[in-house]
Design a protein. Structure first.
Length: 614
């Protein structure tokens, strides 16, 4: 609604100025302006004798007014909670821009931050991802628990803002950020800038949030210009290379092998890629982002179901780039996940479809989101008739898939290796495919190229001291980073003891990288290895059972300062292994259940317990 002389206390000239200004302001600038006006009313503005200052900066006599901005603390604390590294990169970029403003910045992982210090903070900025089913990332768990406990202090003097990272294909989208926002409000804190929830394509909203934060904390324009989405991308990319998530490197495939033996009901691909000429660098524990293509069969079925012309040209981005409908669905748009934002937009395009009713029923929508792809939605809700251009415009881009790197760059210069299990299953009379895994298994050969980038992960790293013992638990493809760990330790001549727990279904067909483990055992690079092949025995045996069998020795390794690493399935394996470690601490260390949990928390804070789970 525009201001008018009739509906406001302003004269015509002031109304025109305000109507030109207000629509151009960001949320952060509006908040700052509100604070400025409040300070003005409280006497923070030194005015002329009449006390009147106009919008043109002059007092009633026409002389320039002396304006003092509201008193704002120059100290800012930036806390991040990150599982894969995105929040860390964004936080570092934010801290740098804040320092350019002359602000004093404290940058810290939530895991390293002493929460009792919250009472002393005036400005708090949080960048946090959501992990698994709405859970905080590992290095945010203790801070999350403290804030939601009775020990959390009242925070009436705190101003804060939150950038939440998530994925709309998950039910609890950005839940950790929402939890922090709700709790800080309950404790009396005031939002500096409204929380921003980001989907997997987070560059633009993250840049806008940063600019709003910078504006709200400063009485002067943002130093060095605004933060751009390109700058955000650079902040979470790798080193000096020009290649990153929005500009991936086309890596040549050198090798693509099935690691499983004949007769296995599993297919696990070992893929070797060339990074020559990319200037991309990585360390053991990092991940490789791979941009896949959708399955051609699913693309054909979706086009047929909608009655589209596969050759029709559609615009795919703000730059005006165009592709055919077929190419756009194959390479650019996500069609295997059903997300709430997409369904909301499709409901507007087809009001009679029943999608609005679906959205109103939380349980029904969760079921659709967890079990359906876009073709299911089209068929179940009779969406045929929506033209290709408006339909495709509401879809999000295919997100990259992150895979733990299975090689050491010291052992394989200019190469990166992956271990990828192929996902195939049937549902509702139709074959379903893991988008990236089946693309790699069925349609990628040596000599082809894949668009890739490096995702650094500071939360999953070898100890700085190579003499530190390490315990590695990685069933199935979870063993990938430990191939990188041991390759690295072999190259640098590390003396620390190493112990690997590995598991899969059958010894004869599913023992991934068996000859390499055996060679490392022979050469002493791998000190101990215990295996669990669950389908080779009458009673299923998993890695956590092997750990409990060796509880006394495992406890001794932990007492000697060993670091523990877990990689693989988050939903069950990681929880079972964690429970086994708690049990070992109780059994061998004589700790109570509460003491054992506290012990594991300390290990996590000391970076001696790290997980790369998915």
């Amino acid at each position: 609604m525009e201001l008018q002389v009739t509906n406001s206390p302003f004269n015509q000239e002031q109304v025109e100025l305000l109507n030109r200004l207000i629509p151009t302001l960001t949320d952060g600038q509006r908040l700052w302006l509100g604070g400025y006006i409040a300070a003005f009313q409280a006497g923070a503005v030194a005015a002329a004798p009449t006390g009147l200052v106009g919008l043109n900066g002059q007092n009633a006599t026409g002389a320039a007014a002396t304006v003092s901005a509201p008193a704002v603390s120059r100290e800012v604390t930036v806390l991040y909670g990150s599982q894969t590294g995105n929040s860390i990169g964004l936080s570092k970029k934010l801290a740098k821009k804040l320092e350019e403003q002359g602000l004093q910045v404290t940058l810290s992982s939530m895991g390293d931050f002493k929460p009792n210090g919250l009472k002393k903070i005036e400005n708090l900025l949080i960048v946090v991802s959501t992990h698994g089913e709405g859970e905080p990332p590992d290095n945010a768990i203790s801070f999350h628990e403290f804030l939601n406990s009775k020990r959390a202090p009242k925070l009436e003097g705190l101003r804060y803002s939150i950038l939440a990272l998530g994925d709309t294909s998950y039910e609890f989208f950005c839940q950790t950020g929402k939890d922090f926002d709700k709790r800080l409000q309950e404790l009396g804190a005031t939002a500096l800038v409204p929380r921003v929830d980001c989907d997997v394509d987070f560059d633009e909203p993250a840049a806008e949030w940063m600019n709003d934060v910078l504006a709200s904390l400063s009485s002067t324009p943002v130093a060095g210009g605004t933060v751009t989405s390109e700058a955000v991308t650079a902040a979470v990319s790798s080193g000096e290379s020009e290649f990153n998530r929005t500009n991936p490197f086309k890596a040549e495939v050198l090798e693509n092998l099935n690691l499983n033996g004949r007769g296995s009901d599993r297919e696990t691909r070992h893929i070797e890629l060339s990074l020559e000429g990319s200037n991309l660098d990585y360390e053991p524990g990092d991940s490789l982002g791979v941009f896949p293509e959708n399955h051609p069969r699913l693309v054909d079925e979706l086009i047929a179901a909608m009655g589209w012309n596969a050759d029709e040209r559609v615009t795919i981005n703000k730059n005006g780039d165009q592709l055919s409908v077929y190419e756009a669905l194959l390479r650019h748009y996500e069609i295997t996940a059903v997300t709430k934002p997409v369904v909301e937009q499709l409901a507007k395009l087809s009001p009679e479809s029943g999608l609005a009713a679906l959205l109103a029923d939380d349980a029904a929508f969760r079921n659709v989101m967890n079990s359906s792809d876009l073709l299911d939605l089209v068929q179940d809700y009779s969406l045929k008739g929506i033209a290709a251009t408006p339909f495709l415009a509401v879809l999000r881009k295919i997100p990259a898939r992150l895979y733990s790197i299975a090689s050491s760059s010291k052992a394989f210069p200019d190469e990166v290796h992956l271990t990828v299990r192929t996902v195939r299953y049937a549902a509702r009379g139709r074959e379903r495919y893991g988008v990236c895994s089946v693309h790699l298994a069925e349609r990628i050969e040596a000599g082809d190229t894949l668009p890739v980038y490096i995702q650094h992960n500071p939360n999953f790293k070898l100890p700085e001291n190579p003499d530190t013992p390490i315990i590695m638990v990685g069933p199935g493809t979870g063993v990938a980073p430990f191939r990188a760990f041991l390759g690295e330790r072999e190259e640098i001549g590390a003396e620390g003891k190493t112990w690997l727990f590995y598991g899969d279904q059958h010894f004869s067909t599913d023992f991934l990288y068996q000859t390499e483990w055996q060679r490392w055992l022979k050469d002493g690079v791998l000190t101990k290895m215990d295996v669990a092949f669950s389908r080779d025995t009458e009673q299923k045996v998993y890695v956590q059972h092997r750990m409990l069998e060796h509880s006394k020795e495992l406890y001794q390794w932990i007492q000697e300062g060993a670091s523990i690493y877990i990689c693989g399935d988050e939903k069950k394996m990681a929880h079972d292994v964690h429970a086994a470690l708690i049990s070992i601490l109780q059994q061998e260390g004589g700790l109570s259940p509460e003491q054992a949990v506290d012990y594991m928390t300390r290990l996590q804070q000391e970076k001696r317990y790290q997980r790369d789970v998915y």
